[in-house]
Design a binder for this molecule. Sequence first.
Ligand code: PHE
Length: 359
Amino acid sequence: MDISALKAKLGELEAEATRAISEAKSADAIRSAETRLTKEPIAEALAALKTLPGEQRGEAGKTINATKERLKELFAAGLAGLREKAVAADQAQAGAFDPTLPGPVTARGALHPVTIVQWEVERVLSGLGFTVVGGPEMETDFHNFEALNIPATHPARDMMDTFWLDNGWLLRTHTSPCQVRAMRQFGAPLRVCAPGRCFRYETIDASHENTFFQVEGLMIDRNISISHLIAVMRMLLREVFQRDVKVRLRPGFFPFVEPGFELDMSCEICGGKGCATCKQSGWVEILPCGMVHPNVLRFGNIDPREFTGFAFGLGLTRLAMMKFGVGDIRVLNSGDLRGIAPAGRLAGETIVERVGARA
Ligand code: PHE
């Protein structure tokens, strides 16, 4: 025998196996075809090897091995196919589809805790007539500092070190740049809120991150006073926490408000007893606020003799921690579902509603 005759024979063997499998009505039929078409014929082919000229034996041997493997695969696939057909036939016969069996369970996603409180705050403020606006995360020095009454040499810049970009811009340190942008775009009277991501050059610990979320609030009109500010803040916190939360006001300094306040709320993590999140004080700084500084109004092309206003910068990340009892801010920027998902699930019902409402 020569090598081409051997190859032709092996090819026939494969063709025959395919035919036998397609005709087989039972697993036994497939198994007996396998015995018939592999054992002897392969042994014969191997024996024929010896009759070939030496230089052809390598190639012939490889072809025989490949055929052997291929036959094995064909018969295995044939058996599997037959099994599937049998199961399907069985089910059809017995009416085996049971609609009462539970379907495959897919893990349900949830919104991020920060998104949940952000939407909640947007909802409450929208109800009070505030428009939701945005602003760029990459800001100019002018909007982030200058127009907020923080000139280049002002020491307040030290509290807000950030990431500077090659083009002289920076990653915004707060959402306050949205104030002047909104004033210039819409003029007075004005009611806007601007949620968004902020950045600072921070030493990271349980309550500080280099990336966090705030929502800016700004209300400008004739005769706006501190009592408007307090009323709006209390209503906002009451709605978010669904109960009256204890708050306190302290004087606070921000160059863009005068007077300025720090609004603290009792720590929801420890119930006011003192923990790492509240630095053992029982209070968490949650809402810096104040009356918009006349210089800022001027930068926004609004006449401070006619209009006054208040502004606040609510820490959304901190609010989410309080609302959902997340003790460590780092969890919220991580992908660790053990920390993030329970909060989302807690608010599960609201999520679905809210998604529908925004769609
Ligand atoms: N932008 C300030 C901060 O991030 C907060 C603030 C906003 C203070 C509005 C007063 C008024 O610290």
